[in-house]
Design a protein around this ligand. Structure first.
Ligand SMILES: [Mn+2]
Length: 321
């Protein structure tokens, strides 16, 4: 890495991405293959060293789906931090706050590369202040089809674009699947799972090298195809439902097939109550569904859905993210 380390200047990279003076005359960022490959490799190293269940102390800002909406991401990151504004130097959010991102940085919007490389650069510069969770779009099959790969090919050419796409997906396969905020708030991109019986179930999804030999049910990262691990798939894909049909049944089921997504599950209010009690959690924070107002509570405020891509796809289709 030492030989081509000059290809990536992280301070300059952050500066040119975070300080856009005039969005009306915004000049598209240009990238070299080397700097993007390096970003993906450095981020991957950090993800490998983290637990699949990340943790961070409050206060922190929790951010939902970004989906390539670079301008909205920059606005979020530059929001002033009220607590430190009284100091002489006004600190902006990205350097003063802690952040948990709930995933879905890429696809759909027009600036996936800017979004994912900016959050990767922030993670590398401020590793303790940023948690980047994996969303269902941080998987090969999805970001092959919904924009990220095409954007890379357009910007870097077919050969280099495909190579960088592989590197980013390698990094994605190591990303944490959930995060504990101050031990009482559990965050993930999608939702709950019948396989989530304890927090250790998520912690056990880690590199085999870190595994204790007696842990029979150890699930190995990287997880290239999340469909091979039901817990991982549900954490990335599941949705809450208030389906009355589920509640009407005498022997109340907590989970059912997710017919809208065609994979993973839906879970009802009882599943949320049940999981909070068993895991000793006060609140579950997830993203994954478009909410025009930006957030929506569920199950007596035991769960909140956060969505951070305003005017997403003109907010026409509320069902599929
Ligand atoms: Mn999603």
């Amino acid at each position: 890495m030492a030989d081509d380390s000059r290809t990536l200047d992280l301070n300059e990279f952050l500066k040119r991405h975070l300080y856009v003076k005039n969005w009306m005359n915004y000049r598209e960022q240009s990238y070299t293959k080397q700097e993007l490959v390096q970003l993906a490799e450095l981020a991957q190293e950090l993800f490998r060293s983290e637990s699949s269940l990340a943790s961070i102390s409050p206060p922190c800002t929790i951010v939902g789906d970004i989906h390539g909406q670079y301008q909205d991401l920059v606005r979020l990151l530059n929001m002033r931090c009220p607590k430190v504004e009284t100091k002489k130097k006004v600190m902006t959010g990205f350097s003063a706050n802690r952040f948990v991102f709930l995933g879905d940085y890429v696809d759909r919007g027009s600036h996936s590369i800017e979004c994912i490389s900016l959050v990767f650069a922030l993670k590398i510069v401020y590793p303790q202040s940023y948690v980047l969770l994996r969303g269902n779009h941080e998987t090969r099959a999805i970001n092959f089809a919904y924009g990220f790969r095409e954007e890379l090919m357009n910007k870097l050419g077919e050969v280099d674009g495909a190579e960088v796409w592989e590197k980013f997906n390698e990094a994605f396969s190591w990303m944490p699947l959930a995060c504990l905020v101050g031990a009482r708030i559990l965050c993930m991109h999608g939702g709950l799972s019948p396989d989530l019986q304890s927090l250790d179930d998520i912690r056990k999804v880690s590199c085999l090298s870190q595994a204790a030999s007696h842990e029979v049910f150890q699930i190995k990262r990287p997880i290239v195809d999340v469909a091979t691990v039901r817990l991982a798939q549900d954490l990335l894909w599941a949705d809450p439902t208030s389906d009355q049909m589920m509640i009407a049944v005498h022997e109340e089921p907590l989970y059912s097939k997710n017919l809208i997504r065609g994979l993973s599950c839906t879970f009802n209010e009882s599943a949320v109550r049940d999981t909070c009690k068993r895991l000793n959690i006060q609140l579950i924070v997830r993203a994954h569904q478009m909410i025009p107002e930006g957030f929506k509570f569920f199950a007596d405020k035991r769960l909140i859905t956060i969505f951070s891509a305003p005017r997403y796809m003109n907010e026409t289709d509320v069902s599929i993210q």
